[in-house]
Ligand binder design. Structure first.
Ligand code: TEU
Ligand code: CA
Length: 540
């Protein structure tokens, strides 16, 4: 068993501040709004809250373009509001982690302004500037948000690199001064009581752009280890790396405790299931449970011990999993509980994205004007220009667009779902009168209480935290597995769809843990599962 750490029993809750709770009626969520809801999150059994960027930002990418790392954007409040949030969280026993967006800054960050306006300054080398090649960009690298990753600057006649929007210039991590600045900024937040970081596209920091090497290299690991020695280790921080490009071997390099880099990483293999391989996220492919099982199985078997992963169904970049791979229909509640079981009994650190705990669904938007996300808008415009089939484009956006997850949190059945007294910045899901936090808290049979029970179970179960994993060979519509630790064996069975497949195991049931139906099976031999049925039991 790996050395125990304070976060091994934890479940993390992700807050997208813009959409969480608005305290002053301007239609945008803010820090005071969060502070007022900390108790709700604590009651769910959560240990750690990850707050998506609330730093000063021109909001080109909703805060993932930071212009001042050491202050709060006025849209979200003040630094004092943040201190109050941290104090309140501490009194409730909640740890707060922030989003470290340090692959790039905003082009309005003072470093970049100086870098651009004064090519002689030290700040020039904070970013990646290159001369053009014959009449064009230095190379043909594309930005994640479409178009070239190079932006021409009239004044100096050079190009700067931006892997994301043109308002998100990439920092040059090979420059020691850049690393010093970032580490000292992290220290600033550590001293204010922050317990760790979620690290945005952290697998890209070591990139060597002239070699077309995007960061899958020794530099990335060297800089993370340096960060560990300087900040993370001394403060015993919990960290999760967004490492979209990582396979299992790389995930080990990032999260092997002995290497002293990150606590855990997010893998993106599962969320790429419903896209055509090698194409963009917008090229839709059907979900395959077999493929999903294969991926989860591989990661569950190979990673633990030498590494650790953050487990998630949803975040602010992905559509709501319940809409995406589950159901919005009559079995919505059952399905959400099944998906909760599937994920939360796995080995890793589970993450819950705001609203997931009571079954929030994808946003509902009428036309392109209703959307806000830069990735969606850029995609739409590029397709319009390319004279693509716009029906198909809108279908992709409705299915995969990031705004699906960014609609305001549905707190109650009052106007604007209790999110704001003003006009919400993004359209609220029309089903908020039925699907909201208050209704869930008032219903003992709700998704919320199912999550709470599973989260509490994990906290005291070494089998869930550290046990081995064995995928059972079951019907292709069933995801069933066993976790085992020191003689204790947990069986988790998930009927992933609305059909009634048969499940059978030559074992007998000991203690019943949780089910999404009012009863448990009495034996495991040839049981016909009910739609979306899922249970966890201890085997004799
Ligand atoms: O996302 C990184 C990333 O790879 C995304 O481009 C992701 O693939 C995409 O959103 C899927 O649609 C992080 C943040 O989570 C995201 O919100 C930011 O826009 C991005 O970095 C740039 O900071
Ligand atoms: Ca507000």
């Amino acid at each position: 068993m790996t050395d125990r750490k304070w976060w091994h029993s934890a479940t993390v809750y992700q807050i997208y501040p813009r959409s969480f709770c608005d305290s002053n009626g301007d239609g945008i969520g803010d820090l005071r709004g969060i502070t007022g809801k900390l108790e709700y999150i604590r009651n769910l059994g959560i240990d750690i809250i990850w707050i998506s960027p609330m730093f000063c930002s021109p909001m080109d990418d909703n805060g993932y373009d930071i212009s001042d790392y050491r202050n709060v954007d006025p849209m979200f409040g003040t630094l004092d509001d943040m201190k109050e949030l941290l104090a309140r969280a501490k009194s409730l026993g909640l740890k707060i982690i922030l989003d470290l967006v340090a692959n790039h800054t905003s082009d309005e960050h003072a470093w970049f302004v100086e870098s651009r306006d004064n090519p002689q300054s030290e700040k020039r080398a904070f970013y990646v500037w290159r001369k053009g090649s014959d009449g064009g960009a230095p190379s043909e690298i594309g930005s994640v948000f479409g178009g070239s990753a190079w932006q021409y600057d009239e004044k100096s006649g050079e190009y700067y690199l931006h892997m994301f929007s043109r308002k998100q210039p990439d920092l040059d991590w090979h420059n020691e001064k850049v690393r010093d600045e970032i580490f000292s900024m992290m220290e600033f937040w550590a001293e204010l009581g922050v317990s760790g970081f979620r690290m945005d596209v952290i697998d890209m920091i070591g990139k060597q752009i002239d070699q077309l090497d995007f960061g899958n290299n020794e530099y990335t690991h060297r800089y993370l280890h340096e960060m560990y020695e300087r900040v993370l280790g001394p403060h015993d921080m919990f960290t999760v790396g967004e490492t979209g490009g990582a396979n299992i071997d790389r995930a080990k390099l990032f999260s092997d405790p002995e290497r002293e880099e990150l606590s855990c990483v997010f893998q993106f293999e599962t969320i790429a299931i419903d896209e055509v391989p090698g194409k963009s996220k917008w090229a839709l492919a059907p979900f395959s449970l077999d493929r999903f099982k294969e991926i989860v199985n591989r990661w569950q078997i190979q990673l633990p011990g030498e590494g650790c992963q953050g487990l998630f169904w949803c975040n602010h970049d992905q559509p709501r999993a319940l809409s995406r791979w589950g159901t919005e229909g009559e079995h919505r509640v059952r399905c959400a509980k099944m998906m909760c079981n599937l994920l939360h009994f796995l080995c890793g650190i589970p993450f819950v994205y705001q609203g997931e705990e009571f079954g929030m669904l994808n946003g509902v938007f009428d036309s392109i004007e209703d959307y806000n996300d830069i990735e969606i808008i850029n995609y739409y415009n590029s397709q319009l220009e390319a004279r693509a089939d716009m029906e198909q484009v809108m279908h992709s956006i409705r299915t995969k667009g990031r705004d699906n997850a960014r609609t305001p949190m549905q707190w109650d059945a009052t106007e604007n779902a209790g999110f704001t007294t003003g006009t919400p910045w993004l359209r609220i899901n029309p089903r908020y009168r039925e699907i909201n936090a208050l209704a869930a808290v008032n219903d003992p049979d709700s998704i919320y209480y199912h999550y709470k029970a599973v989260i509490e179970y994990r906290k005291q179960s070494l089998t869930v935290q550290y046990g081995s994993f064995q995928l059972l060979d079951s019907d292709s519509e069933v995801f069933a597995y066993i976790r085992e630790n020191e003689g204790e064996r947990l069986l988790i069975v998930c009927n992933f769809f609305g059909n009634t497949p048969v499940f059978s195991l030559d074992e007998s049931i000991g203690e019943c843990i949780i089910s999404n139906y009012p009863d448990f099976p009495t034996s495991l031999s040839d049981i016909t599962l009910r739609p979306y049925e899922s249970f966890a039991v201890i085997l004799n």
